[in-house]
Design a protein. Structure first.
Length: 335
């Protein structure tokens, strides 16, 4: 019964997310990111902690927290930057530090998380990381498509769309729900539906506040990368080009549905039941503070909450790999 209710909720969430994404793609993304995002981060981090982060050695999770902090240093820097006089060289150094730490840090923690799900032996984990992971971290960034995937797509669309779809697929193999299968088909066909739809640029001109908030979110960089991958000619990226609008529709849908899908899992995985009253008070308080910060200045909100956003992404890596491994095993058993 819980599965049926969750599947029905997911169907409704897909329809609502897609309808709103077609209507107000820029505004929907900003609302979902600022309003639903922080509540998702706080509740999922708590659920992962209660499940020992799905790794055999819980103390290794301190490395995830340390890396999330390291990746957040440039974001914190931008918050305090107005209060200090820094030279152009110092600002360029901080920008380059953020880019390099994001690339090498994310790649390392991704492969490290894989080792934690692959092995139970401490010795094997250490050897795997020394012999394979560290050389790969030094080698793989030399390939531009890997650098682009790690920096731009891994913490964004791969997290909110690809992994969400994989979780849904794992749920289908477990429950064999017909409605769950329909939801999988729906979410899988959304990119094609958006790509082959017709959009009129003049109908999507956002307000000045929305434009400034989109710039602050830096999601237009992601849109530009997708634009370059999908375009068929030498057209330069502009946010209101028809293809760019389609990309924004997909981004708005992916993020909104990702958050709604998490809240739909309440009945299935019971993440809300493991939060006691005191924690609920703290979570709601932090959530309200986050919303206020975003409302006062969206750019400040993006930077102040970057740590929590990045932390929930990398803490999920072990679960992501566990899900992939379970899907491979399920497929092998079927054969």
């Amino acid at each position: 019964m819980k599965t049926v209710q969750s599947d029905l909720y997911n169907t409704l969430a897909i329809v609502i997310s897609l309808t709103l994404a077609f209507s107000i793609p820029f505004e929907l993304f900003l609302f979902s990111y600022a309003f639903l995002g922080p509540l998702h981060y706080l509740t999922e981090i708590n659920w992962l902690e209660k499940n020992d982060y799905f790794i055999p050695y819980k103390k290794t999770i301190y490395g995830f927290y340390a890396l999330a902090f390291l990746l957040s240093v440039p974001a914190f820097f931008y918050v305090i930057q107005p209060y200090f006089e820094l030279t152009d060289a110092q600002q360029n150094w901080m920008h380059q530090f953020g880019k390099n730490s994001g690339l090498y840090g994310l790649l390392f923690i991704l492969l490290f998380a894989f080792s934690l799900t692959l092995f139970r032996s401490v010795k094997k984990i250490i050897v795997f990381n020394l012999v394979l992971v560290l050389p790969l971290v030094g080698l793989l960034p030399e390939f531009d498509f890997i650098s682009t995937a790690v920096i731009y797509f891994l913490p964004t669309l791969i997290h909110v769309y690809v992994f969400t779809a994989l979780f849904m697929l794992a749920g289908y193999f477990k429950n064999k729900s017909k409605l769950g299968l329909i939801n999988l088909i729906l979410i899988s066909t959304v990119p094609l539906l958006i790509l082959f739809s017709s959009v009129i640029s003049q109908e999507y001109i956002p307000s000045l506040y929305t434009q400034q908030s989109m710039q602050a979110s830096k999601m237009l960089h992601l849109n530009a990368k997708l634009f370059d991958l999908l375009k068929m000619d030498s057209t330069a990226f502009t946010p209101l080009a028809p293809l760019a609008i389609k990309i924004q529709i997909f981004v708005a849908f992916a993020y909104t549905y990702h958050y709604l899908n998490w809240f739909a899992k309440t009945a299935v995985i019971g993440w809300s039941r493991i939060i006691n009253t005191k924690k609920w008070i703290v979570i709601i308080l932090l959530w309200l503070i986050s919303i206020i910060i975003y409302a006062l200045d969206f750019k400040t909100g993006i930077h102040l909450l970057f740590f929590m956003s990045m932390l929930h992404v990398i803490l999920e890596f072990p679960l992501n790999f566990r899900t992939i491994i379970s899907l491979v095993v399920s497929k092998a058993k079927q054969k």
